[in-house]
Design a protein. Structure first.
Length: 257
């Protein structure tokens, strides 16, 4: 069954946008479909950044809950209904849901599929060459783009893989190999899109991690200040008790001989 017709409206929109960016590069004096695809990809990734943030936050939250989830699964393995109820309570307590990480991806899938159909069959009316690539509508004969697609996919997979999740760790190696292999057969324009998308994703992921680190650094002094205050309070209390003991000892009456 051919599903390409379902994405035709969005695919036509994608093709029109790429033509628009191509004209913009022409106005800038460097007409290039390769640059047009890169600009289009950057705009799309920036527009989808809020969804990416939501997806990454959900994945991190679910990753941090894994020890508690495993504990509940082991404790209530003989009672599936009670186990599900306890897991729902845990998700409600933290304010996350396993579906939170899937929803942004489901929203992005129609766009990704439309881009695939648009770039795989795009007719380049102007100059179809870009850098070392003679024709963006054909596979890269030098294999440079497939290698770049595999390498950037590996970096993205390594960034997003949850710690302690063995299945995702395996995918960190399997997915880049798969993407590199199928890139040998796809149009170079589509692979330019994929490599650019991965590069933007790597930068966005780095920025999100940096933001998380900044928050941790800001919270650390407050914690240290609170601990210092508690320590000072305990020291003052200890000194007061010591003075009270000395005063009582000093006021103790002498026994009559």
């Amino acid at each position: 069954m051919d599903f390409s017709g379902i994405f035709d409206p969005i695919a036509h929109l994608v093709a029109s946008l790429i033509e628009m960016f191509y004209k913009m590069t022409g106005v800038a004096g460097v007409p290039s479909y390769g640059l047009a695809i890169i600009l289009f990809t950057i705009v799309i990734k920036c527009a989808m950044y809020p969804l990416t943030v939501k997806q990454v936050k959900s994945m991190k939250a679910m990753g941090s809950l894994q020890p508690r989830i495993k504990k509940i699964q082991a404790q209530y393995k003989d009672d599936p209904m009670l186990m599900q109820a306890k897991l729902k309570e845990l998700y409600a307590e933290i304010g996350v849901s396993p579906l939170d990480g899937c929803l942004p991806m489901l929203i992005q899938m129609p766009v990704l599929m439309a881009v695939y159909y648009a770039l795989q069959s795009l007719t380049y009316e102007g100059n179809p060459s870009f850098l070392w690539i003679a024709n963006l509508s054909e596979p890269d004969p030098t294999y440079i783009l497939p290698v770049l697609s595999a390498a950037t996919t590996y970096v993205v997979s390594a960034q997003t893989a949850a710690e302690g999740n063995k299945s995702l760790k395996y995918m960190t190696f399997i997915m880049p190999l798969f993407i590199g292999y199928i890139s040998l057969q796809f149009a170079a324009g589509l692979i330019v899109y994929w490599v650019t998308m991965n590069c933007v994703q790597i930068i966005q992921q780095w920025w999100m991690n940096r933001q998380d680190l900044s928050l941790k650094i800001e919270k650390a002094p407050a914690k240290e200040t609170a601990e210092s205050a508690d320590s000072a309070e305990e020291t003052a209390e200890s000194q007061n008790k010591s003075r009270e003991r000395k005063v009582k000892k000093f006021k103790r009456p002498k026994k009559n001989k």
